[in-house]
Structure formats: C-alpha cells, structure tokens
Ligand binder design. Sequence first.
Ligand code: ARG
Length: 455
Amino acid sequence: MWGGRFAGGFAEIMERINASIDVDRRFHDQDITASQAHAEMLVQQGIISQEDGAAIREGLEKVRHEIESGAFSFSAALEDIHMNVEARLTELIGAPAGRLHTARSRNDQVATDFRLWVRDALDALDGAVKDLQAALLDHAEAEAGTVMPGYTHLQAAQPVTFGHHMLAYVEMLGRDRGRLADCRRRLNESPLGAAALAGTSFPIDRGRTAQALGFDRPMANSLDAVSDRDFALEFLSAAAILSVHLSRFAEEMVLWCSDGFRFIALSDAFTTGSSIMPQKKNPDAAELVRGKSGRVIGDLNALLIVLKGLPLTYGKDMQEDKEPVFDAADTVMLCVTAMTGMVRDMRPNRDALREATAAGYLTATDLADWLVRVLGLPFREAHHITGSIVARAEALGQALADLPLAEMQAIEPRITAEVQSVLSVDSSVASRTSEGGTAPERVLAAAAMARQRFL
Ligand code: ARG
C-alpha cells in the first residue's frame, strides 16, 4: 500500500509483530460499512465519480459476502483488516478501488471501525444485563417474604428478606447499565474525515458520514479523533466494574451452596461432580464468574498502560487496543449470561434461610429500638442494656425471643411483656418499612418500581 518509497520487503519477524489481521478481522463488517459510507460521501461531494462509487459499493458488498461465507483468505502480509479488504476490492473491481482511500487514512478508519464495534458490544451487553435483572426480579417477588440473616463483616447482623437481597443486585446492575449508556453517549461521535491527523484538503462532508453511520456528530478535533481511545477505556472500566459485581454475587452463590449455609441449591445444569468424592456438587460456573473478573480487570489495566505515555497523535502501540476490548467483551458477556442461567436455575432453600436467622441475636437492634420507643431511653443507653440482655441469653443458650421476661426485667425492670412482639424475625423485617428497607411490602413495591425503571 505504501510501496512507492520502499525497495526491500519485511523481515519475517516484522510481519509477525506488525500484523493485526487475526484480531481486527473481527470488525470486518464495521470496516466495510464505514468504507461504503465514505465512498457514498465522496460521490455526493463530487470527489469521485458515480460509476466509481457504485463499483466500490458493490465490490465491498462482495467482499463482505466472501468474508461472511468463509471464502475470504486473510493475509498477514496485508497487515490488517483495512488493507485486506482494500486489496481484495482491488482484485474484484480494479482501478476504482484505488479511489476509496481518498481523503481518508487508516488512522481515522480504524478509530471509526472500532467505535462502531464497541457501540454494538455496548448494546448487546446492555440487553444481557437487562435479562439478568429480569431473572433477579422474579426471585425478588417470589421471595419478598423469605427471611434470612443480613450480614455485615460476614457476621449475622439483622434479619432481611431474600427478595431484598436480590434487589440489591438489580440496583448494582442498573448502575452498570448507566455506565454503559454513558460510554455509548460519549463514544457516539465520528472520527471519520480526520484523515491521518490534520484533516484533509478535499471538500468532504463529515456530517454526512457521521449520520450515515449513526453517529451524533463528527468529532471536533482531528488530532483528538485519531488518537482518542477513551471509548475503549470507558468500555473496559464499565466492564470491569460489572465483572466485579458479578464476582461478588458469584462469591455469595459459592458460599450459599456450601454446607455451612445451604441457602440455595443449583441443579446439575450449573454444577460439576468430583472425580474422587462422589458426594460433591461443585458450583464451578459461579467460581469461574468470580475468577474471570480478574481477566477483565487485567484488560482495563493493559490498555491504560498502553496509552499512558503516548504522545499525540496515532502511534502503532494503539494497535494493541483491540485484544483487551474483545477479550473483556467476550468474557463479561459470557459471565453475565452464565449468571442469568444460574439465577434462573437457583432454588432458594426457605427453611435453611429461616433456620439461619435463629442464631446470632439478629433482633437485638429491635429490642434496643423498643427501649427507645416505648421507655423513652436514649439509644446509647438502650444499646448498653440490650448488650447485657444478649449476654444473658447467650449464657443461658437461648434465643432472644425465648428468653423469659423475668431475665430481661432483672436487667431493666421497666421492660414489659409487650417487648416480645418485636423479637421475632418476621416482626423485625415487617417493621423495616422505611424507604429502601427490607419489609416484604417495601420489597414488592421496589420490585414493581424496578420493573418500570429497568425492564
Ligand atoms: N492496524 C492499525 C491499528 O489497528 C490500523 C492503523 C494503522 N495506521 C498506521 N498509520 N499505520 O492501529
């Protein structure tokens, strides 16, 4: 493509380090679509003839078909997808192919193709995350009244409902989708027409190509247009945060499946057996979701580090931008989809969830609140008295709800039998009616709202 100035050929190792075709062939479709929009604009602006424009459009369509049908032979000697497509176009239509690259460079071309690819990936991911929210919402509604221990420090803290716990993830994923949407909004400007870096002397219409490719507008600065990879970084950081959320949930699933918890069961569809221990049912899919978050975080790091020292504008280092983005997109899509499968497969064990609320004095806060509300004690004093009552219950090996009234009165004589009404886990969750709280009626209302907001 640049033979004019070069006499010798590439060293074999140069070809290997230089070629990106095995990676960037993945956006052949975007490359062809963007080239067609460019050629169309060149015709409209009178920069190339109608006939050449038509030959280019049809030739590119043939190339697309060859690639899609598997008939195309990619060549590392032709470096990347842009030159592979153009070389084949030249074979197919001859001289007019040479006019396609007028007023364009591979620098604005690759930036355009990559943006289009990431935009599609964002849309696909958004749909997948939405499906996961839908699966969580089904459980949230079915288990709005299912009590379980809520934890801080992984110590049983207060009773909550399983449905409420599901809604926490619905919210996290909602923010993930917000980040994807933000990324899409900022990404959606067209670099095409920035040419190599400085713009072009041809009378192009950048608004026309931008519009044809579904961009909101052309990018304002040609130097920025060819050197910006913020969209890739934003995609990777949104993907990394999403995979961290998935990993936290996966970790809970692993815990919940374990013998210490038994809060949920996963079917054979999402577990594996052990080759030596016949009794085992391992939550491998959840473990892999947890593990794969490491790759996605690594992908973000990789690109941040590639870009950090690059002067304006394009540098070949930037060819390294695609692998982390493709890897993260594939990985996070796989993880979201596997999570959706597991959530749909998961059966909460209501008995085990309730049994777990018996230990840990989960309603101690309810007792303290009662002392404040009914006896008018300052909360700090109520906290202290409750601590003594819990210690007494612990010494007697009894749950708070079963502790005889006399034992409580020995510590605080003003306590009456009425206190017993707040010491059950069901009364505890039912009382948590504040906005965003765990009361079953609140959970049902929040789930209904979430359906409106997210689905
Ligand atoms: N394959 C290249 C990349 O992905 C395309 C741009 C090449 N530009 C250049 N000036 N050599 O970055």
